[in-house]
Every structure is written in C-alpha cells, then in structure tokens.
Design a protein around this ligand. Structure first.
Ligand SMILES: C[S@@+](CC[C@H](N)C(=O)[O-])C[C@H]1O[C@@H](n2cnc3c(N)ncnc32)[C@H](O)[C@@H]1O
Length: 215
C-alpha cells in the first residue's frame, strides 16, 4: 500500500485457518477501509464484498484492486453498516475489523442487527476490536479526561500533532462486547496486544469469533 495511513490491527489469519475446513465461501467485510482484509481473504479463496461508509476508502480500495491486477474480482461499495444493502441470509461470514471503535454507542446495536440479518443461519462473524487498557497510562488519562467531553467511559478524542480533533474512538471492556454481541454464540474470545491506528500506542486487542445460531 502506497503513501496512506496503514491500519494496524492484525489481519484475520486465524479466521482463514478456522474456515479452511468449513463450508463457508462468501464473505462480507463491513468497514473494509482500503480493502486489505478483502484482498487477504480473496487470496485465500473466498468470495468477498467490501463495504465502507467513506467513499474515499472505497476509492482507495478500487485503486489497489486495479494495481493488484484483480480488477472487479472483489466488489467494493459505499454502504453504511447501519443499513446494509444486502438481502437477509446473504453471507456465510462477516468480518468487522476495527469498525465498532469508530461508531457512537447508540448506533452499535443497529450494526449488530444488520450483520445478524445478512448472515446465513450458522454463519460466522469475526471481530477485532480495541480493548479498554487502564494499564497503559496514556489511555488511562485519556479515558478519565475525555469522559467529560464524550459522555462515555472508554471513548476519547483522537487528535493530530497540532491538537486538532480528528474523531472519537472507543475502547471496549470485555463485558461491553459480550452484551453487544449476545445475539451470537461465542466460539472464541481471545485477548492480545494491538497497536493504535494513529499514534501507534500499545493497547489491548480482542479477536472474537461468533456464530449465528438457528432459532
Ligand atoms: C479503522 S478502519 C479499519 C478498516 C479495515 N477494517 C481494516 O482493518 O483495514 C474502520 C473503517 O470503518 C469505516 N466505518 C465507520 N463507520 C462506518 C459505518 N457506519 N458503516 C460502514 N463503515 C464504517 C470507516 O470509514 C473506516 O474505513
């Protein structure tokens, strides 16, 4: 990837391994950014569609697809995760890598409902998200100070070097993620260390594999 902000959370190598012996074939990457996970999954033999609310990210993904010589093999669409443009039960698996961290609290359940809707019964969801990291003093201070501005513990403003606010981000507690994702069966919930996107600080990371149960 040339000359652009690189996202830092790990690509879902463990997911590709997990799915290798399963029948899952079709994948939706929600909040796909410039498409790095889509290209990774495509290389691993999956049929993938990437969606992102940010038209510039989709433009970058399409540019990269062309550069990789796989033009048109991975469809990329501008689409808001709160209102996905797919029919019910369309996909075997959905990935959401670092999407929820950018979504305001009131909007997160809408995205989970949409992911549930477009997944086939017994379909898989793979999520990687930032965990609340009180043990990193950089974040502990930001959680305390920014709570007054953002109104939510764990939500803080991300600023550039000149102090200009770029956006808000949220770091999840394990319990918070479990409550948000309770409609799914948890197959695995692993904790590791990620690196933040902008300032490259270390932060707790969660890799979660879920399954849509048949009702
Ligand atoms: C931190 S980036 C991660 C991108 C990608 N998943 C990766 O790991 O390389 C999060 C992405 O989510 C997208 N996003 C945020 N809110 C969204 C929404 N409501 N619907 C779709 N995409 C959204 C952002 O535009 C951004 O590209």
């Amino acid at each position: 990837m040339r000359n652009r902000k690189q996202y830092t959370i790990p690509l879902p190598a463990s997911l590709a391994n997990f799915l290798r012996n399963k029948s899952a074939k079709s994948f939706l990457d929600v909040g796909c950014g410039y498409g790095r996970a889509c290209f990774f999954l495509h290389e691993n033999g999956y049929s993938v569609i990437g969606v992102d609310v940010d038209a510039e990210q989709i433009r970058l993904a399409l540019e990269e697809e062309k550069a990789l010589g796989i033009n048109g093999e991975v469809p990329f669409l501008v689409n808001d995760a709160r209102n996905l443009c797919f029919l019910d039960s369309s996909f075997d698996a959905v990935a959401m890598l670092g999407l929820l961290t950018l979504v305001p609290k009131s909007e997160r359940p809408k995205i989970i409902d949409e992911v549930y809707r477009v997944l086939k019964p017994l379909g898989y969801v793979f999520i990687e998200e930032f965990g609340r990291t009180w043990t990193n003093p950089v974040y502990a201070r930001r959680y305390r100070e920014d709570r007054k501005i953002t109104g939510e513990t764990g939500t803080f403003t991300v600023k550039d070097e000149s102090g200009r606010v770029l956006h808000s981000a949220h770091h999840f507690s394990r319990g918070e993620l479990c409550r948000l994702l309770r409609v799914f069966r948890v197959l695995s919930f692993e904790e590791s260390v990620f690196t933040s996107y902008y300032h490259r600080n270390w932060v707790k990371g969660y890799s979660i594999l879920l399954q849509k149960e048949v009702k």
